[in-house]
Design a protein around this ligand. Structure first.
Ligand code: PAF
Length: 279
């Protein structure tokens, strides 16, 4: 496994491989890797000749400075995990290497997708995500890139980014990886106290109940149900939304001819957890 800190060295190495028509797979990450990341990397390794993983905690996508400061960093373990599963290249740039002097996002429009859910609660978040993903796509020029469905809105934003900016990268969404008790894997989970961790599976349990109700209850009743469920816990419900998958526009009733998903964001002692489920 080769580690790159400088983009020019990585660009040079990848250009030699591209001359030989090697397929390049890319998994962008912010480190603190878990089994969810691992499944993305394995998917890339199985379907490409060369897999590149980036580890970069992107400052421009954090609207909350405290969240950025506390974002877990486990570089040594991350590198061991990547080496063990057979990753080829790891890109670990500094903030200066990526942003030069100005640590700012570009501003994008993604047909409204960016303004729903996370967009309402994390101002500028998707501009930051799109800025860094576009920068990585330009450096790495992968054939295919892999994103987890836990951040479903991010996945749709990245798909729109490639469409709007004519970036020839195939974007693949991979299923959510869960702990045995159903909690969606997230780098932020390691920040949960023992008590918070034991409460967190309630999020997925509630989503599963919603799936059970989808054919019989109205959307309004499901919203009411979820609100009441969380009112009895110390998990603070930030939003619960049922939306159509492609536009992410909220629906007032479910049309089963289309794909719909329920989305949730919860705050536990300043730690934000999100999850979603197909209905
Ligand atoms: O999902 C993440 O970890 C980040 O948003 C990403 C895609 C690596 C961009 O910084």
């Amino acid at each position: 496994m080769q580690i790159f800190k400088k983009k020019n060295a990585l660009i040079h190495c990848l250009s030699l491989l591209k001359e030989k028509n090697k397929l390049i797979g890319f998994v962008p990450t912010m480190g603190a890797l878990h089994k969810g990341h691992q499944s993305l990397v394995k998917n890339s390794i199985e379907n490409n000749d060369v897999t590149v993983v980036s580890i970069f905690v992107n400052p421009t996508q954090f609207n909350n400075p405290d969240d950025l400061k506390k974002y877990p960093k486990t570089l040594k373990e991350d590198l061991e995990l990547l080496e063990n599963i057979g990753c080829d290249f790891v890109f670990i740039p500094t903030v200066e290497e990526i942003y030069a002097q100005a640590v700012v996002s570009k501003s994008y429009s993604f047909d409204g997708i960016e303004n729903q859910m996370e967009g309402k609660f994390r101002k500028g978040h998707f501009d930051g995500v799109a800025t860094i993903v576009q920068a990585f796509f330009e450096i790495i020029k992968p054939d295919t890139s892999y994103f987890g469905e836990k951040d479903f809105q991010q996945l749709q934003v990245v798909k729109k980014l490639t469409e709007k900016e004519n970036i020839p990268v195939k974007v693949i969404g991979c299923p959510i990886y869960r702990e045995n008790d159903g909690l969606a894997m997230s780098s932020r989970n390691i920040r949960l106290s023992k008590e918070q961790r034991s409460e967190a599976p309630f999020i997925y349990q509630t989503l599963k109940k919603v799936v059970g109700f989808a054919k019989t209850k109205s959307v309004k009743d499901m919203y009411e149900f979820v609100k009441n469920e969380f009112a009895t816990t110390s998990l603070e419900l930030e939003y619960f939304t049922i939306a159509e998958e492609n536009t992410l526009a909220e629906v007032s009733e479910i049309n089963f001819d289309k794909k719909n998903r329920a989305f949730i964001a919860v705050n536990i002692g300043g730690i934000r957890l999100i999850d979603n489920i197909s209905l």
